[in-house]
Design a protein around this ligand. Structure first.
Ligand SMILES: [Mn+2]
Length: 371
């Protein structure tokens, strides 16, 4: 078994045309988003990663009363398979379904049941991975500018982002209640870990039974606090704490190379070696960056601080057999920037992998000759 190349598709991209695009670009797998990050999001283009203004929410969360159905999941899986691809997982829960789990609010018990129902339904539909973020402030505090090669527009941070607190009715950069308007009280890191551990203790047994692997994404950007709320995983070692909080084959991580490279401690190569060596990486986001928080920007796959060939060779050496997908990329100047960015990143990934595998094949045949 070897690692597989996949593509992440946002909800509005779950169509035959995008599945064909993934195949044509060399993918065998897709990871899909069922959350619509772009609903009523005025400052958020569908032809890019979701990007709000520095503190603007991406858009409206989904209805708390309509959970994704088994029929819907199965229909998506069938369409993906009939295009010649495998559905490797679903990325992200809808804040509308579980905001009070993150906030420890009055609907927590009901919304924990929502999460368990979604996990059980994924099991029924045979979708093996659920990527998620356990984050109150979510992706925020970023600015966009011509920071990429050739002046490509990309996102990054130009300093800490604690000046504007999260309003009530918003969580994880989406609005679940437009009647908010107060300020969400700050909580401690200990309280966030208490909520997270309680979440794992309740959901991991369900995930084990359903055959679904939970995959935790680190906090993007990985600051200790943002918008006066604590972050869960903002240094590489904090993944270990999350894994140890509930040891299980179904408690794993979504290793985001870009986010880990932005962290101020440790080293992205040691971290990916450690967690892939433990077999705890469910899937990988590949993205390059320049700098570390609180001053960094996202970069083209072949442009930033991270040696992607070294990352892939570590995964290969540790026999990682999951899916690697492009994360975000700078916006290239053309009419279809999302397509161009993904094709460029995938071309680089498949080229690097082919080279690594050729080198291994040569080494393998050389060692055979010596015997
Ligand atoms: Mn990521």
């Amino acid at each position: 078994m070897e690692m597989k190349v996949g593509l992440g598709l946002y909800r509005h991209m779950l169509t035959a045309e995008y599945y064909d695009f993934a195949r044509q670009a060399g993918c065998t797998h897709v990871i899909i988003h069922l959350v619509d990050y772009f609903r009523k999001g005025a400052s958020n283009s569908r032809n890019n990663q979701p990007v709000g203004e520095k503190y603007a929410p991406w858009g409206m969360a989904g209805s708390p009363h309509s959970l994704w159905s088994v029929a819907e999941m199965r229909a998506k899986k069938r369409a993906i398979e009939s295009a010649g691809l495998c559905l490797a997982g679903i990325e992200n829960l809808d804040p509308g379904h579980w905001y009070d789990v993150l906030l420890d609010g009055p609907l927590r018990a009901v919304q924990m049941e929502n999460v368990k129902t979604i996990v059980r339904r994924m099991g029924e539909a045979e979708i093996p991975i659920l990527g998620y973020n356990f984050s109150i402030a979510g992706v925020c505090g970023r600015i966009a500018g011509p920071f990429g090669r050739g002046g490509a527009t990309t996102v990054g941070m130009d300093g800490p982002a604690d000046d504007v607190p999260v309003p009530t009715g918003t969580v994880w950069n989406m609005v679940y209640d437009e009647g908010g308007g107060d300020i969400l009280p700050s909580i401690s890191h200990d309280e966030l870990w208490r909520r997270f551990t309680r979440f794992l203790e309740e959901v991991v047994p369900v995930a084990e039974k359903a055959g679904v692997c939970l995959a935790l994404h680190p906090d993007d950007p990985p600051m200790p606090t943002m918008r006066r709320q604590p972050r869960l995983v903002y240094q590489p070692s904090m993944f270990q704490r999350a894994l140890d909080a509930m040891p299980s084959p179904n408690n794993a991580i979504e290793f985001c190379v870009g986010t880990v490279a932005e962290m101020t401690q440790g080293d992205v190569y040691d971290a990916i070696d450690d967690y892939s060596g433990q077999g705890k990486i469910a899937y990988v986001h590949l993205r390059n960056v320049k700098g570390k928080v609180p001053k960094y920007c996202e970069a083209f796959i072949d442009e930033g601080d991270v040696d992607m060939v070294k990352i892939l060779s570590i995964l290969e050496r540790n026999r990682f057999d999951g899916v690697i997908i492009p994360d975000h990329a700078p916006q290239m100047s053309c009419a279809a920037p999302w397509h161009r960015d993904m094709a460029h990143t995938l071309g680089y990934m498949t080229g690097a992998l082919a080279t690594l595998r050729n080198e291994q094949a040569i080494k393998g045949s050389a060692s055979c000759n010596r015997h």
